[in-house]
Ligand binder design. Structure first.
Ligand code: ADP
Ligand code: MG
Length: 239
C-alpha cells in the first residue's frame, strides 16, 4: 500500500508517532517506550513497539472478521501500521467486565475484581491536562461530539468488541478485565474503530497475573513489561 513507509510527522503522542501519507492515509509508529500516570513515569522499552503493533494488527483483523469496521490497512511487520485517516472523536470508550482501576477509585464500595452483572461502558474526555475525566453521555451530546444515534452505535460496537475479545481470550485461558477504545469518522461519516488495541489499552489476566501495562503501573520494569507482551503474543499465537 505504501512503498517506503514514510510520511510527514504530524503528531507525537505518548505511545505513537503519527505520519501523514496523503489525505486518506496515516502511518502510526509504535514507540519502544512505556509511560504511565499521564507520562509522569516513562522508560525505554526495547521491542515493545513491535509487540504492541502486532497485537493491534491481530485484534483489528480479528474484529474485522466479525464485521467491526476499523482503520487498519496494512502493517510493515515491525513498528508501523498504515491506517485510514479519520476525524477522531476526542473520547476514550472503556468497557469493563471486572471492577478495577479508576472504577474502584470512584466506587470503593465494590470489591476489586468483582465480575459485573453486565459489562459497563463508560466515557472519558481525552485530555491529558484534565487527566481524562469521566463524562456522561449527555455531556457528549451537548458538546456536539456525536449525535444520539452515533453514540448508540459506539456503545453497541464497544459491547460487540467486548464479546468478541472476551470470548477469544477465554478460549486461551485469559481473562479480559477491561479495555479502552477510540473511534473516529471517515470521509463518508461512518464511525470507525481506530487507534490501538494492545497491552497498553487493556487489562488481561492469566491466573491472576497481568500481561498488560498494569505491571508497569505497579512498578515492574520496562523489560518485565516487554516479556509479558511477548508471553501474551505467544499465548494468542500473534506473530
Ligand atoms: N485512524 C486515525 N486517524 C487519525 N488519528 C488517529 C487515528 N487512530 C488514532 N489516532 C490518534 O493518533 C494518536 C496516537 O498517538 P498516541 O501516542 O496514542 O497519542 P496520545 O498520547 O494522544 O494518546 C492519538 O491522538 C489518537 O487519537
Ligand atoms: Mg494514546
Amino acid at each position: 500500500m505504501v512503498d517506503n513507509w514514510v510520511g510527514e510527522l504530524i503528531y507525537e503522542g505518548k505511545a505513537k508517532r503519527v505520519y501523514k501519507v496523503n489525505d486518506e492515509l496515516l502511518i502510526m509508529e509504535f514507540k519502544d517506550e512505556v509511560t504511565a500516570f499521564d507520562g509522569a513515569r516513562k522508560e525505554h522499552a526495547p521491542g515493545k513497539g513491535r509487540l504492541a503493533a502486532a497485537q493491534t494488527v491481530f485484534f483489528m483483523q480479528l474484529l474485522g472478521k466479525y464485521g467491526i469496521r476499523n482503520h487498519l490497512v496494512d502493517w510493515d511487520g515491525d513498528r508501523k501500521i498504515l491506517v485510514k485517516s479519520l476525524r477522531m472523536i476526542p473520547i476514550e470508550v472503556i468497557v469493563r467486565n471486572y471492577a478495577y482501576g479508576s472504577f474502584l477509585k470512584r466506587m470503593p464500595l465494590v470489591k476489586p475484581l468483582t465480575k459485573f452483572r453486565k459489562p459497563l461502558v463508560e466515557f472519558h474526555l481525552k485530555s491529558d491536562e484534565l487527566h481524562d475525566p469521566l463524562i456522561t453521555t449527555d455531556d457528549i451530546i451537548e458538546a456536539g461530539l456525536v449525535n444520539y444515534g452515533q453514540l448508540n452505535e459506539i456503545i453497541n460496537t464497544a459491547l460487540r468488541v467486548n464479546s468478541i475479545l472476551s470470548e477469544f481470550m477465554a478460549s486461551r485461558g485469559l481473562t479480559l478485565v477491561d479495555f479502552k477504545l477510540e473511534f473516529g469518522f471517515d470521509k463518508s461519516g461512518n464511525i470507525v474503530l481506530a487507534d490501538e488495541i494492545s497491552g497498553d489499552t487493556m487489562r488481561i489476566l492469566i491466573n491472576g497475573r497481568h500481561l498488560d501495562k498494569e505491571l508497569f503501573r505497579k512498578g515492574a520494569s520496562a523489560l518485565d513489561l516487554v516479556r509479558a507482551y511477548e508471553e501474551m503474543n505467544r499465548l494468542l499465537n500473534i506473530p
